[in-house]
Design a protein around this ligand. Structure first.
Ligand code: ADP
Ligand code: MG
Length: 460
């Protein structure tokens, strides 16, 4: 099915904004450019005072644009008349930090209010629609309660129902979870995401709350009124992994850093990094992929090599599986004489190929006695392979998309024990999460709405 190309829901072009007059005039936004597709969920982060609310109110036609172009639903807002602004406002659902419900009205009446602005249906119909929407946000039991009879989370869900009931095409939410506890905050954004997906609504959501970033298709980061680059954005957001990576742009630094880390600390780091990676890898801006990919590549290299070191292997490597081309390509390996290795292997041959095809782990004491072994790589590189431990890495659908391999257990040339096999599989599970995201990104799949990346199972 081909979808008609839709114009973007929101386009900002060189938007600047100023507050104050004369000597007090102060620039708040600087040349903001952004394009948001219909149905995208965008999260806007940034420190307090960085201009998030200002940007949101400009998009929401609640404030006049001063400089640059603000196009919303194919309407230019800069210089637009009152009628146009009003029409645009009717296509937008607003959710603010404080829910702004009317205390004198019940939940259902608060939601009906937003419908009254739009059309002249019968009272009974309006109430029916309000109740349906309250049911959709999980408040079926509470439709006739007043705001002070509801918890903070429930009130915020009423506000969401109110914003959504008139089927807005855009939702603007300014820190909607700020006054909520963790669970209520989660509930609120989950509902918002679900409804947005069902109705194809575009969502622009300002938040400080790192725990909800995973609902975003992309994250925009504002710093002193400027949209900052992806790298800086992730550094601001992920304290750990990304800053570590970014500070180690020079190839090899990260490898060294991880090399001297005790195994237990490394395991902890790996878990931490995986959590952050899960949240972040699917929400990055396409345009900044290059920097990110190179960081990720270093990460994978450092971690794969570290795992090899922990398990006393002489070599460790990861192959990506291309089922269409029926080949494996070597992604991570020790460099040979400082030269990057570019090795491609047909999926029909070799130990890694066998693992890729079958999804089974192979633990081989002596490669040259193993029928699946293909000695070509040894011939090319002059290496002498003895023991091999090779495990599949599966994606969240259970397909093998990569293969990790350890060569030559160092201790006395003995094979890898069963215990190594299990630890290797454990280590490769989180690596698999990261690798899958990376792979999707390199194929340009990131940026589209994704099913959430679950931990792949490495067990055969
Ligand atoms: P954020 O939502 O990121 O905290 P805001 O957009 O609210 O940031 O504010 C950005 C900057 O503009 C801040 O320095 C704030 O003090 C200033 N500001 C916000 N609203 C006004 C206003 N109405 N008049 C003057 N300055 C304002
Ligand atoms: Mg604000």
């Amino acid at each position: 099915m081909t979808l008609p190309t839709q114009s973007p829901a929101i386009v900002l072009d060189k938007v600047s904004h100023f507050y104050g007059q004369g000597a007090l005039r102060k620039q708040i936004l600087f040349d903001i450019c952004a394009e948001i597709r219909t149905g995208e969920i965008i999260i806007v982060t940034g420190p307090s005072g960085s201009g998030k609310t200002t940007a949101l109110t400009l998009v929401g036609a609640l404030r006049s644009a001063q400089e640059g172009s603000v196009r919303v639903l194919d309407q230019e807002l800069h210089g637009a008349g009152a009628k146009t602004l009003e029409r645009i406002r009717k296509s937008i659902g607003y959710i603010f930090q404080s829910h702004n419900l009317l205390d004198a009205l019940t939940a259902s009446q608060n939601v009906q209010m937003s419908l009254l602005l739009h059309e002249g249906s019968s009272r009974r119909k309006l109430r029916q629609r309000a109740i349906e929407m309250l049911e959709a946000v999980g408040l079926a039991e509470h439709v006739d309660r007043y705001p002070d009879q509801l918890s903070g989370g429930q009130r915020q869900r009423v506000a969401i129902a109110r914003a959504l009931v008139s089927h807005p095409r855009i939702i603007l939410a300014d820190e909607p979870t700020a006054s909520l506890d963790k669970q209520s905050g989660r509930d609120v954004v989950d509902r918002m995401q679900e409804l947005a997906r069902q109705q194809g609504v575009t969502v622009l959501l300002v938040t400080h709350d790192n725990r909800i970033l995973d609902i975003a298709d992309r994250i925009f980061h504002l710093e002193d009124g400027r949209l900052v680059s992806f790298t800086n954005a992730v550094i601001s957001n992920t304290r750990h992994m990304m800053s570590m990576l970014a500070q180690n742009q020079r190839k090899g630094d990260l490898v060294n850093q991880v090399r001297d880390m005790p195994a237990a600390q490394f395991t902890e780091l790996l878990q931490h990094v995986t959590q952050e990676a899960e949240e972040f890898l699917k929400v990055i801006e396409m345009s900044e992929n290059d920097a990110f990919q190179s960081m990720l590549e270093q990460f994978l290299e450092a971690f794969t090599l570290k795992i090899g070191q922990i398990l006393d292997a002489d070599r460790s490597s990861v192959f990506l599986v291309d089922h269409e081309k029926e080949q494996l390509s070597l992604k991570i390996a020790e460099e040979q004489d400082g030269k990057p290795v570019d090795i491609r292997i047909p999926i029909q041959t070799g130990i890694a190929g066998y693992v890729a095809r079958t999804g089974q782990t192979l633990n081989i004491p002596d490669a040259y006695k193993e029928p699946h072994f293909n000695p070509d790589a040894d011939k090319q590189t002059g290496y002498r392979t003895r023991s091999v431990l090779c495990v599949p890495i599966k994606n969240h659908e259970g397909h093998v998309f990569a293969v990790a391999q350890l060569l030559n257990k160092k201790a006395d040339g003995r094979p890898f024990p069963l215990e190594d096999e299990e630890r290797f599989r454990e280590f490769m599970k989180p690596i698999g999460v990261i690798l899958e995201s990376w792979w999707r990104m390199s194929r340009g799949e990131v940026g589209e709405p994704q099913p959430s990346v679950s931990r792949p199972q490495a067990t055969p």
